[in-house]
Design a protein around this ligand. Structure first.
Ligand SMILES: Cc1cc2nc3c(=O)[nH]c(=O)nc-3n(C[C@H](O)[C@H](O)[C@H](O)COP(=O)(O)OP(=O)(O)OC[C@H]3O[C@@H](n4cnc5c(N)ncnc54)[C@H](O)[C@@H]3O)c2cc1C
Length: 436
């Protein structure tokens, strides 16, 4: 997703548990400096096996899994630890993502503090229809905010002695096709840093600078922009429903989702060029309420509002020489299917397996494995995200036929076990075993 959808809780919303850890990390935590090669007054050059640009879910989890395999890495990120740990984005974790976080030791809070959801509701023509994940596919999702996942991952990486350099911005990746690609970067004060590596990973999100080294340009990929967006709010209120409600109404789409017992996340369909400041709080509640007939929303102070544009993007290629793209750098999806962070996790698993030392006699480069496995999960997720988006939203200029056809599509899902099962299977996530 683009940065436009990012937002942080206001001062005072920060988790107090973090306070004691801030000072150690605010300017970049480097418990151990390994792989130092040379430096002069101007440029520091370091060497590592895997250079990772981006300390989002993709970059941090990759470094965590590589370390478990004994593979050293350096992770850089332009943001501070506080920004990483407080920016509110994704909230839904697939079952496979949760299992991987727990089994790899990255998070033990996810199942304790996260909320297990065994279904969602699709609402249209004034009626709610529950898609029962447990019954249909025996799987579930967890509501556990992305910034909490990142908090857990940063803590785990620092405890593991990870070379994690925050406030360091990559400018470009050079010599992708050579045996020694490198990242050209600078720290917050502008001091140049060069990271030479056996392999470079662009985990630097939708505005990736690594993408140019792989695809030839920063925008190289297949792209689709949607004619509508989500107006998102965060509010201080109790939950209005136990599970997520995806509501398609004559006034447009709304998603009622939860964050905790006291903070809720809700979205309604809007024009991508809408001005977030033009609505009063009362108008925002009116817009939301009229799209969710049958549920009286529990209101409270709105403390964040933003417009989230919808894009589908797949990079022309995911790998060139010794540089790979993962997560949002490789592909972005509209948020309706709650897939973005989970896809980043699926990519990490494929890449980790590819970067592991191969059995004797096999090629050392990860190309074969990546080209075989890398595309499968994200293409299915691209389709699912597009499908959920198209089925649930009212496109500007849609005809009465278009509207009736969408109702027919929704009925085909909720009135058929086969239709409901596809939604449940895709939403809870295809088992990672299929990814390699
Ligand atoms: C409002 C919203 C709701 C969402 N809801 C969901 C959901 O429910 N479920 C879901 O699965 N997904 C969801 N997503 C998508 C999800 O947040 C992303 O797919 C996910 O963050 C991708 O992880 P990533 O690690 O690939 O990229 P990012 O999280 O974007 O991380 C990239 C990192 O790279 C750093 N970086 C960028 N450029 C540079 C540079 N030049 N040098 C150094 N560092 C750099 C950035 O600072 C950032 O920390 C949502 C997104 C938004 C915006």
């Amino acid at each position: 997703m683009g940065e436009s959808g990012e937002h942080r809780p206001p001062a005072g919303q920060t988790d107090p548990r973090r306070a004691g850890r801030e000072s150690a990390a605010a300017s970049g935590s480097r418990p151990r400096r390994r792989g130092f090669v040379r430096g002069d007054d101007m440029t520091t050059t370091v060497r590592t096996r895997v250079a990772i640009i981006g300390a989002g879910p993709a970059g941090l989890l990759l470094s965590h899994l590589l370390a478990a395999d004994g593979i050293e890495s350096i992770v850089i990120d332009a943001r501070t630890r506080e920004q990483i740990e407080t920016t509110i984005r994704a909230g839904i974790l697939e079952q496979g993502t949760v299992e991987l976080l727990v089994d790899s030791g990255a998070s033990d809070r996810v199942t304790a503090a996260g909320a297990k959801h065994e279904g969602i509701e699709l609402r249209f023509e004034g009626e709610g229809h529950r898609i029962d994940f447990s019954d249909l596919v025996g799987r579930a999702v967890w509501l556990y905010p992305q910034h909490e996942v990142l908090t857990d991952l940063v803590a785990a990486r620092l405890a593991g002695g990870q070379d994690l350099r925050l406030g360091v911005t990559a400018q470009r990746v050079e010599d992708a096709a050579s045996a020694r690609p490198r990242v050209i970067a600078a720290d917050a004060s502008g001091r140049p840093l060069v990271i030479e590596a056996d392999f470079v990973v662009g985990a630097d999100g939708s505005r990736s600078v690594a993408r140019a080294a792989v695809t030839g340009s920063s925008t190289g990929g297949y792209f689709r922009e949607y004619p509508f967006a989500w107006f998102g709010i965060l509010c201080e209120a109790p939950p209005s429903a136990d599970e997520l409600i995806y509501s398609s109404s004559p006034d447009g789409f709304a998603l009622i989702s939860q964050r905790s017992d006291t903070v809720q996340r809700m979205y309604f369909q809007c024009d991508p060029d809408d001005d977030p400041g033009r609505y009063s709080e009362e108008q925002l509640w009116e817009e939301l309420q009229k799209r969710v007939p049958g549920t009286t929303l529990r209101q409270g102070r709105i403390f964040q509002r933003d417009i989230l544009r919808f894009r589908s993007f797949v990079a022309h290629r995911l790998l060139r020489g010794r540089v790979a793209l993962i997560g949002d750098a490789a592909h972005t999806v509209p948020p309706t299917g709650a897939k973005g962070m989970n896809l980043a996790v699926a990519d990490v698993l494929v890449l980790t397996r590819a970067l592991r030392a191969p059995p004797a006699g096999r090629r050392r480069t990860p190309h074969r494995r990546l080209s075989r496995d890398g595309a499968a999960p994200h293409l299915k997720a691209q389709h699912f995200s597009w499908w959920m988006t198209s089925m649930l939203h009212t496109a500007p200029g849609a005809s009465d036929f278009d509207h009736r056809r969408r109702v027919g599509e929704l009925r085909s899902v909720v009135e058929s076990r086969a239709g409901s099962t596809y939604l449940a299977e895709a939403y809870t996530g295809w088992p990672f075993a299929s990814a390699g």
